[in-house]
Design a protein around this ligand. Structure first.
Ligand code: A5P
Length: 218
């Protein structure tokens, strides 16, 4: 099946979870590009959205969705986003589009974080690279610290909306929790693209004409 059609199916299923009056975090990427029209088409009343990138913000507004800066809401009812890799234990790699810092802030603020994907993103085990967002201040010293963990490449991309430098790390990701802790403890790393299973409430995967909806237990 056409991957775009699978992305659309997953996006439509996630849009169905929205209700009148909800506060909703909108992710970034080609899967979320299918979510925005699906959400707008539901014509829900009183939705308040925050966006994880300028692209999402502009596209959502163009469809008539109400998007506000993420500076007044303390929590979100729902957040919906894509992923680059989905491991069997629920660990994700995100940040292919460089928006992972804002995406993690939004996911952490959401009562329910829903990942939408076509089935090509489902992997047996995570593989590098892991996207990073680094503070521009003191960048050479941060890179030197990161080189003790793995090989870092600065991405040929504009700075993030928060002024961060986007990079990719090639390192052993067999134990994602260990690597995530190491990166979170590295001064100068604003955030990384490893998303722990606890962040995610639902994963909706479409492919081959089927829709799988995994819900986190407990
Ligand atoms: C953006 O930085 C990413 O985290 C995306 O959410 C992720 O790369 C999935 O993107 P696609 O939906 O385009 O595959």
């Amino acid at each position: 099946m056409d991957p775009e059609e699978s992305k659309r199916e997953a996006a439509v299923a996630a849009a169905d979870l929205a209700r009148d009056g909800m506060t909703i975090g909108l992710g970034t990427g080609s899967t979320v590009a299918h979510l925005l029209p699906a959400l707008a088409a539901r014509n829900l009343r009183g939705l308040r959205c925050v966006a994880t990138s300028r692209r999402t913000e502009e596209d959502a507004r163009a469809l008539g969705l109400s998007v506000e800066p993420f500076d007044a809401l303390e929590r979100l009812d729902l957040a919906i986003d894509g992923a680059d890799q989905i491991a069997p234990d629920g660990w994700l790699i995100k940040g292919g589009g460089g928006a992972h810092l804002r995406e993690k802030v939004v996911a952490a603020a959401a009562d329910r974080f829903v990942v939408i994907s076509d089935d090509r993103k489902v992997v047996e085990a995570l593989t590098p690279p892991v996207p990073l967002e680094l503070l521009a201040y003191g960048l050479p010293s941060t890179l030197a610290r990161l080189r003790e963990i793995g090989e870092v490449t600065l991405r040929d991309a504009p700075p993030s909306p928060d002024g961060g430098v986007i990079a990719d790390l090639r390192a052993d990701v067999e134990h994602p929790g260990r690597l995530a802790a190491l990166l979170s403890g590295t001064v100068g790393v604003a955030d990384h693209g490893l998303f722990a299973p606890e962040l995610t409430s639902d994963v909706i995967i479409a492919g081959g004409g089927t829709l799988e909806h995994r819900r986190r237990r407990g």
